[in-house]
Design a protein around this ligand. Structure first.
Ligand SMILES: Cc1cc2nc3c(=O)[nH]c(=O)nc-3n(C[C@H](O)[C@H](O)[C@H](O)COP(=O)(O)OP(=O)(O)OC[C@H]3O[C@@H](n4cnc5c(N)ncnc54)[C@H](O)[C@@H]3O)c2cc1C
Length: 397
């Protein structure tokens, strides 16, 4: 058994960390006010090959595997406590993986070069007002018409709506094509948010304010055939591959954000004195540090193992079910464990910890989103239980 990154991954980590320290950390908290990721940062990420990194080299990507993609996510999460850049990155890495695997040549040639250059945003839009955890509740419809398709419906709580609607790009989306077939009648497609018939709306989220969240109405939007991702009626299955890639990255990101926050906390509790001694000497504080540190390292190991499971599956060495279980195990506690650690770090810092100047409060607000985004923690438990007991043990079926 050998658990280590390759030399190439370590060197890559170094160059990402150096970029992050120079370009991201000094301005990260500003994103809470400007509510955008600057063009300079996007360009820097593009130059390092961080955007659309899972696209194959023939489309300009680096064809990174899941573990290497995790290394980038980890460094970005350490650098940006607002979580905006990690989200901007992870969504495009995960859904770029899906576009790369299942998209048509024309779609890949059209979308990838701009995503990789940091000009387009590539997101995912499955959630609707009545379809979150239960993707089967999707009401958006896709219908063949002539040599293309017509889409009608709405999507809600979607990351990167402003980035795609104003800057260019779009979202991989699913809709019902044959509603009588339930989840077996859903088709996935690329939907540019600049298309005629798209009306965006925005939501004021608790955190990760450098990237937008919103929804959009889809009114008779026409898309060409080459925007279909994979086969018609297979969308429900394809979407889970993307969600799993994203969830594995989220687990790494949660561990990294939590561990970075503990580092901040350690610096503080070594210096801060109460009752004539450093507060880091109090067991109420340092025992909690020990517990959080242990838990977050367990999470980090589990998260990388889950990404490694994806890579094994792509090499034909593992099954879909193994991947689903490993990923769900990694994401299940990721947000809670990281948020609990960050919350304690805020507490250690007293009143400063509750001020907007404290990076840890921004991290808490960002990491809290991952108890829901890309699949709730409850759904992760459902997946693991289903893999252990069998489908017949899903209570509502
Ligand atoms: C910041 C943020 C960004 C997001 N970005 C995107 C995006 O880019 N694209 C996208 O498509 N979606 C996105 N989402 C939506 C996200 O995927 C959904 O919030 C999530 O799937 C849950 O769906 P819901 O909000 O409709 O809650 P519901 O599905 O209505 O669930 C409500 C609660 O009930 C629980 N629950 C439901 N069923 C069960 C059950 N059987 N057993 C136990 N508990 C259950 C859920 O876990 C949840 O806690 C984002 C969400 C957030 C918060």
């Amino acid at each position: 058994m050998e658990l280590k990154f390759t030399e190439e991954q370590e060197m890559f980590r170094e160059s990402v960390r150096e970029f992050c320290q120079r370009k991201i950390t000094p301005v990260a908290l500003e994103m809470e006010k400007t509510r955008e990721i600057s063009i300079e940062i996007k360009k820097g990420m593009a130059e390092l090959g961080l955007l659309g990194c899972t696209a194959s080299p023939e489309y300009g990507g680096s064809g990174l595997d899941a573990v290497s993609a995790g290394v980038i996510g980890e460094e970005l999460a350490r650098a940006d406590p607002t979580g905006s850049i990690p989200v901007f990155y992870l969504v495009q890495a995960a859904w770029g993986f899906v576009l790369n695997k299942y998209g048509t040549e024309e779609a890949k040639e059209e979308v990838f070069p701009k995503v990789i250059a940091g000009e387009y945003f590539l997101g995912i839009a499955t959630t609707e007002s009545d379809a979150g955890s239960d993707v089967g509740g999707t009401r958006t419809m896709i219908k063949k018409e002539g040599d293309g398709y017509i889409v009608n419906g709405e999507k809600m709580y979607i990351s990167g709506v402003r980035e795609a609607a104003e800057g260019g790009g779009g979202h991989l989306t699913i809709a019902k094509q044959n509603p009588e077939l339930g989840t077996r009648g859903m088709t996935m497609f690329y939907l540019p948010l600049t298309a005629d018939g798209i009306t965006p709306t925005y939501i004021d989220d608790l955190g990760r304010e450098g990237i937008s969240c919103g929804g959009f109405a889809i009114d008779n939007v026409r898309i060409p055939k080459y925007y279909i991702i994979g086969e018609e009626n297979k969308g429900f299955y394809i979407v889970h591959e993307g969600y799993e890639f994203a969830r594995g990255l989220i687990a790494v990101i949660c561990a990294a954000a939590g561990l970075k926050s503990l580092e901040n906390g350690m610096n503080y509790i070594k210096e801060r004195k109460c009752f004539g001694t450093a507060i880091g000497k109090f067991e109420e504080i340092n025992f909690r540090l020990a517990e959080h540190y242990t838990r977050l390292n367990m999470l980090r190991d589990l998260a990388y193992k889950s990404l490694w499971t994806i890579d094994r599956e792509q090499q034909g060495k593992g099954s879909r079910f193994e991947t689903s279980k490993a990923i769900a195990m990694a994401k299940m506690f990721a947000s809670d464990w990281a948020c609990n650690a960050i919350n304690d770090v805020m507490q250690w810092q007293g009143a400063f910890g509750y001020s907007k100047e404290c990076p840890d409060q921004a991290a808490w607000r960002a990491i809290r989103s991952f108890a829901l985004a890309e699949g709730s923690k409850e759904m992760m438990k459902m997946i693991v239980a289903r893999e252990l007991l069998g489908k017949e043990f899903i209570a509502y079926k």
